[in-house]
Design a protein around this ligand. Sequence first.
Ligand SMILES: C[S@@+](CC[C@H](N)C(=O)[O-])C[C@H]1O[C@@H](n2cnc3c(N)ncnc32)[C@H](O)[C@@H]1O
Length: 319
Amino acid sequence: MQSGAQQHYRAVSADKLLLPTAQEENMETGMRSLLSDNSRYVESFRLFLKNSTEHQCMQQFIETRLPDVVSSIGNGKTAINVLGVGSGSGEIDLQMFSKIQARYPGVPINSDIIEPSPEQILSYKERVAKTPGLENINFSWYKKTSSEFELQVKEEKSERKYDFIHMIQMLYYVKNVPATLKFFRSLLAPDGKLLIILVSGNSGWSTLWKKYGSRLPLNDLCLYITAGDIEDMLSSEGAKYYSFDLPSDMDITECFIDGDRNGDLLLDFLTETCDFNKNAPPELRGEIIRELKTPGCSSIKDGKIIFNNNLSAVVVESD
Ligand SMILES: C[S@@+](CC[C@H](N)C(=O)[O-])C[C@H]1O[C@@H](n2cnc3c(N)ncnc32)[C@H](O)[C@@H]1O
């Protein structure tokens, strides 16, 4: 486990994706955040998904573990309230709904979704429109960040409670994580559960960013935070939680082939730097290339270099 104070910068939030700012540049080296070049970011991200088991490991968690996690959330209730925070295009949300529906067949579900990106909301709506079997789910989308939603709830003095809240791969983009956790825990109904998925404290990401985060062109609006940090925060608040490891890996072999375009893109994604190979100072580049091969980051399987992309799912129970 890591100290809650150890926070590592990762990426800018969705609504800032296209805006290169002075903060995104490392003034000393001239390196630029990958997020300042949206098309390169999207290309790198797609390659990351292709080379990693990120989505598969979440799907496996949903198939094997989620049914138990949601097994009592709707007990004695006439409707189930679900809140998705940073749901993106809803791919994972819909898979989770199928498990809630299977446990509570026919029970109406109210689904509130907080998502700041209009493009993602549109994709989510399109996905809902073409997915059968969602008739008992009433969807409401809020184009907001989590803190804007918090403000709205407080202003409206809303008493609404939720039986299931999820935050999947999104807490990196929140400024005050302990306060955010506290607020969303306060929205849990009796028997409610809050599910958080983030990179694991034992992942290669954690090793890499702890060591090199301060030397890369990152934006101070977002944190590189791991599930280990979240567990520390929850423990210090006396919250009840349990967690699951979601083993995941990423083939980074191409990063070590000079001039390989996929390798360049993967390296950009790993360092959140635009064209890292071209723009990084040679010394830093050499150090990171060596670090990526160390056991803290990767292992060798069948002659391939496999980066540790482990995730963790943390389930917080209502007080
Ligand atoms: C990496 S994506 C994860 C999407 C989805 N949960 C999944 O796992 O497929 C992060 C999402 O968080 C959203 N986001 C960014 N900053 C946010 C904030 N402050 N509050 C809520 N959502 C945010 C982004 O727009 C994006 O859709």
